[in-house]
Design a protein around this ligand. Sequence first.
Ligand SMILES: Nc1ncnc2c1ncn2[C@@H]1O[C@H](COP(=O)(O)OP(=O)(O)OP(=O)(O)O)[C@@H](O)[C@H]1O
Length: 238
Amino acid sequence: MTLMEARGLTKHFGGLRAVEAVDFALHPGEIHALIGPNGAGKTTFVSLLSGRIAPDAGSIRFAGEDITHLPAHARVAKGIAYTFQITSIYAGLSVFDNLALAVQRRHPRALQAETEAAAARVGLAPYLDQVAGTLSYGHQRLLEIGMGLALAPRLLILDEPTQGLANSEIEGFTALIRALAPQTTVLLIEHNMEVVMTLATRITVLNFGQVLATGTPAEIRRNRAVQDAYLGAAHADD
Ligand SMILES: Nc1ncnc2c1ncn2[C@@H]1O[C@H](COP(=O)(O)OP(=O)(O)OP(=O)(O)O)[C@@H](O)[C@H]1O
């Protein structure tokens, strides 16, 4: 059973093969980490899945339906939420209003209560009235994740969610993502190997736009090609 499946997904920028014939499957309820060297095509790949950019070739299915040609907003309506590498919050609005905008999209019965619950979920309850643009960078990232979660997605795609977070915030983030399973499936691009190895149920490694390996954290750690291309000797013996 797969929640999302990509077949032969391809995206070139001029002569650059950013994503090349990628086959990929996401199981329901899993936390799937996408790793690989800088420029490996990770952001391009999840942008194809979320509909931010269109593929040159290949197909994408979600919950049994072909969504290859659906625009991003239609994919959101189907339950695919995506947070960007660069924060996409409304900087001039309060934390409450940012979250309320997301909560509103699923026509809740009690906007106030559900918005407060969305804030509490990501640890931002004390900051409801604060203007989002004045939050610390880490809190802005958490707000963005909170906005994604407020949509009650079936699939949450996160692009480098722990980038810029303090260690204490990373712990909170890890617990938050763990608590989402199995209702919400998570696909995250992550460079922090500690987060990847403790959080992910499966890992896909991209290299030069292609899948180098897919497996459990233990399998990926042992994989010689992955060690050579990405993890390096320092991680091989962990
Ligand atoms: N819009 C674009 N136009 C041209 N080239 C692009 C575009 N977007 C990405 N690329 C190139 O495609 C390749 C893959 O980029 P991508 O951002 O997907 O990699 P990544 O694995 O997410 O890297 P990082 O870990 O540094 O974020 C890179 O060589 C990048 O320069």
